[in-house]
Design a protein around this ligand. Sequence first.
Ligand SMILES: Nc1ncnc2c1ncn2[C@@H]1O[C@H](COP(=O)(O)OP(=O)(O)OP(=O)(O)O)[C@@H](O)[C@H]1O
Ligand SMILES: [Mg+2]
Length: 649
Amino acid sequence: MLQLSGVTKTFAGEPLFENIALQVRPDSRLGLVGRNGCGKSTLLKLMMGIYQPDGGNVSHGYGCHVNYLSQEPQLTPGLTLYEEMKQVYAVVDTLRAEETRILESLEHLSGDEQTEAITRLCDVQEQVNRYDLDTLDSRISRLLQDLGFSQTDYDRKTDDFSGGWRMRINLAKVLLEGADILLLDEPTNHLDLESCEWLEQFLKGYPGGIVLVSHDRRFLNEVCTEIAEVELGGVTVWTGNYSDFQRQKADLIERTQSAYDRQQKEIAKQTAFVERFKASANRSTQAKSRERQLAKLERVETIQTDQSRMSVKFPPPQPSGREVISLRDLKKSFGDKHLFKGLEGDIERNQRIFLLGENGCGKTTLFRLLLGLEEPTTGTIEKGYNVKLGYFSQNQLETLDAKKSPFDTLHETAPLMTHTEVRSLLARFLFSGDEVFKPVEVLSGGEKSKLAIAKLMLTGPNTLLLDEPTNHMDIPAKEVLAEAFKEFEGTILCISHDRFFIQELATHIWEIYEGHLIQYAGDYDYYLFKRDELRAKTLEAAASKAARDSRKITSVAVGPSPASKGSQPSPLQARKEIEKKLTRQEKEILRLEAAIAELGPQLSDPAIQQDFQKLQALSESLESQKTLLESANAEWETLTAALLAHPSP
Ligand SMILES: Nc1ncnc2c1ncn2[C@@H]1O[C@H](COP(=O)(O)OP(=O)(O)OP(=O)(O)O)[C@@H](O)[C@H]1O
Ligand SMILES: [Mg+2]
């Protein structure tokens, strides 16, 4: 049993919550929900003893072992996966040393001291037994397998795993160690669908109590039988799963509101009566009695809810060319691990492409290649005209400085903004008061993500690379973000496991499947519909290409093929030729548009208007640029039509 009574927690003089009471039983399935920054992680840290309350107390039942999965990955650098898993048992060595120490000291102790030492000895021995060391290796293997690791991963350094897998290692460690009560802070953030389902089942059958922080409605519904909502500094507990909670809360708000409305109506009626007859000779006694009743009346209070809503709007960026990014025969290997087997793909302006694939298939690596943070093993990445990339990293501390405040972070990104402008931008992301001066490292997971989005907005990108942007975000924030990205006048390439978000935004899906890139020219439903068919076709095509390549090698050995000389260009070559011309044409159009935009204001300059010769030269130049623009646009249209006549094979 774990109990919080009258708990208050304050940061820098500001109360986060006051007088909280909460109980976790050995069989609890308690979902902890609430807006970003409301205090969910802080509550778990209080339960774990990482933070101390400023008032009230947190008590664990006798011998109750509590274990905790933090929201951020915490691994020891330099260890392999298997070594990291065994770290869970490093504590056993410490416990055994303590056991020996107590045993040695017992004969020198007496009375209360001896009783105390014996109690501690029993406690230590019980803890050692719980670790069940005889079955350790088999339990580690089974758990790692269930969480999607393979045998070949065991000797890999944990630093080499992707963000998603690093979180899984943390989760595996917590589940391996187990506890009477497990505290899990957003465990599904980095899990793909399959692993989420596995975890659901695991937690449902878990023999101890569970407190689960999550913004994932589906997961909460599956696992929880009780919901504690943290809101406006208080906690309310509801029976049932997340949907039950939502229904009950909506009902309560509605019932309270109508009781409030009824009471207000009645109060208004009675007050009018009192006002009217207070001075009346006949009815003043009645009026006074009603006034007394009114004063004693217990007032119905409406239910206060957190109505704050983030507001995000990306300013229109300078447009890029039509072709944004082209990948040609892109391969990437780490040692003998080959991530991509020759990726080919084109991203066009204003597309919103969602990049899917299992954890560790190389999605983040592809982003790092696009950003130039890593070099491909072979192949090329070409960026189109005027492409300006903006990156939202899976790990916010890659793009934010932990020691700086939100205010300094934004001010340094846009030094021309005034202090008031920076503060009002931060307020749109729900940072208010002195919060804007806290160091980033103490911000909640969702707050860090929001700050990273605000920073991204200020850099004016026309092409966004978003790596799991909704992780850590609360439900209203996800909705606002989906709207903002929908209205963004640029191109988006996004990695996400969030079905709501993909469904809302994707115009195209790219899937990395067994090292191949499969492109679905449609939304998420189209992807689900076509997935099996296109996966099978891709594997078939790859197998026959491999067979062709091996035949080609044979023919090269006997001399060049006679058909290759002076033949017509293939449909693919013809398409590429048209695409090249289109790109050139787009650059020309942008150049001409810029020149025309510059000439316009010059013509209306009063100094030039008085100089007839200059005025004439400028007017002629403007006319000729306009004519060139017209023909460039016409040529662009012809090329676009030609491209449609040469569909990709
Ligand atoms: N050590 C600290 N010093 C100052 N403020 C802190 C500290 N730790 C947390 N906070 C603040 O307390 C608030 C609650 O943080 P917490 O991490 O508990 O939120 P949360 O509910 O888990 O949010 P999220 O859903 O984003 O993870 C935040 O505003 C955070 O900035
Ligand atoms: Mg949190």
